[in-house]
Design a binder for this molecule. Structure first.
Ligand code: PLP
Length: 400
């Protein structure tokens, strides 16, 4: 007998992957530029030149140092360099031993969740949310509770959240800038969240950890600043990766920060290391640990994403589509033109427009559009979006 739960996860590919695979096949038939694939969140901006430079320079270093194991938590010099960089940016006072290097945000989150979980524990997140949360929380042995989306502003519905918090609440997972809504939580939202969690933890005599999933931390527009969550809530674990900020998703590199201020901080860090060990996430790729240490203060040029955001947001809302204006990440979360977003996505496919139904993110009636694509894809797709709108408005949709 095999593990049925693992079989389920492994044999059912995600809706996003399915759409992406469909797009690749379809492109072979109708041509690359005739399929408007907005399905996947693969950065379209190349990694900054400094990344290539760092790789080339590092390749000249002695092979033993470059290809050998690092300590399980990561190279101490790398962790110290990253701590110094974070301290300069956010006025913190972290040391190397507040950092655990990981293979991307996926590992940052899954080991943090596993490190904290005991049987019967619950985590709470907010729709729309990254679908893998469900997998990581469930396989750690906890239960994921979801606060339904506040579809007006996609901030947090606090009265509902308050009802979900109980003595079983081990953690709350937030993701801002958000995939898939593109919304950035305001300082007001973070402050209110911190106050609520503090009050509830005190009321129940428990520790409630806030897991801040931040792969899009640097991808924000309009001069906005993303609040640094540990400044507002001391029980925060920062789950970071360079997949989006430095366009390095294939390199699988990120970190968890466990601040000294978090409850039981040293034991939590030891448990993070233990979870890394249990899940086999030790010694993140050493070459790329060293690359990001050299690029610790580098930021990518996100102007192309901003141009895409403006083009798509203005284009779609001009056609009558409804959507909250995203201030970060590279996604638009658009109201489907019928209540069933899966049916809408299927209909859009007939125009070779590939958009992901919001059901995958726990929010029905919406679709996610990833605009980390070429500007041309957006320009070429807008007439197709116009036709789709026209078909729904005129009732001609059924005949297409
Ligand atoms: N969290 C969110 C919200 C994401 O969008 C992603 C990737 O798309 C991840 C986590 C996983 O990131 P990584 O590729 O760094 O593991």
């Amino acid at each position: 007998m095999i593990n049925e739960q693992m079989y389920e996860y492994g044999s059912k590919s995600s809706v996003i992957r399915e759409l992406f695979a469909y797009g690749l096949e379809r492109k072979k038939i109708v041509g690359e530029d005739k399929v408007y694939d907005f399905s996947i969140g693969n950065p379209s901006i190349p990694a900054p030149g400094e990344v290539k430079q760092a790789i080339l320079e590092l390749l000249e270093e002695p092979a033993e140092a470059l290809h050998g194991y690092s300590p399980a938590a990561g190279d101490p010099n790398v962790r110290e360099t990253l701590a110094d960089s974070v301290n300069r940016r956010f006025g913190t006072h972290y040391r190397a031993d507040n950092f655990y290097m990981t293979v991307g945000a996926a590992a940052s989150l899954s080991i943090s969740i596993k490190a904290l979980t005991n049987p019967g524990d619950e985590f709470i997140t907010f729709a729309p949310f990254f679908p893998e949360y469900e997998v990581w929380v469930t396989t750690a042995g906890a239960r994921l509770l979801v606060t339904p989306a506040d579809t007006k502003e996609f901030q947090i519905d606090f009265p509902v959240l308050e009802q979900l918090i109980s003595p079983r609440t081990k953690g709350v997972i937030i993701n801002s800038p958000n995939n898939p809504s593109g919304v950035v939580y305001s300082e007001k939202t973070i402050r209110r969240l911190a106050q609520l969690l503090e009050r509830k933890a005190k009321e129940y005599g428990t520790s409630i950890y806030l897991l801040s999933d931040e792969p899009y931390r640097e991808i924000v527009y309009d001069g906005l600043t993303v609040p640094f969550v540990p400044d507002y809530y001391q029980n925060t674990l920062v789950c970071y990766s360079y997949s989006k900020s430095l366009s390095m998703p294939g390199e699988r590199i990120g970190y968890v920060i466990v601040p000294d201020e978090a409850d039981d901080s040293r034991r939590v860090m030891a448990a993070v290391a233990g979870a890394g060990r249990a899940l086999g996430y030790v010694c993140a790729p050493v070459l790329f640990q060293k690359v990001i240490a050299r690029c610790a203060d580098v930021s990518g040029d996100i102007s192309a994403y901003r141009r895409n955001r403006d083009l798509l947001y203005n284009g779609l809302t001009g056609l009558g589509y409804e959507c909250v204006r995203p201030q970060g990440a590279f996604y638009l979360f658009v109201k489907a033109l019928e209540p069933d977003a899966k049916a809408f996505s299927e209909h859009a496919k007939k125009h070779d427009v590939l958009v992901v139904p919001g059901d995958s993110f726990g929010c029905e009636g919406y679709v996610r559009i990833s605009y980390c694509v070429s500007e041309r894809t957006i320009r070429d797709a807008l007439p197709a979006f116009a036709e789709i709108m026209e078909e729904y408005r005129s009732g001609r949709k059924e005949n297409v």
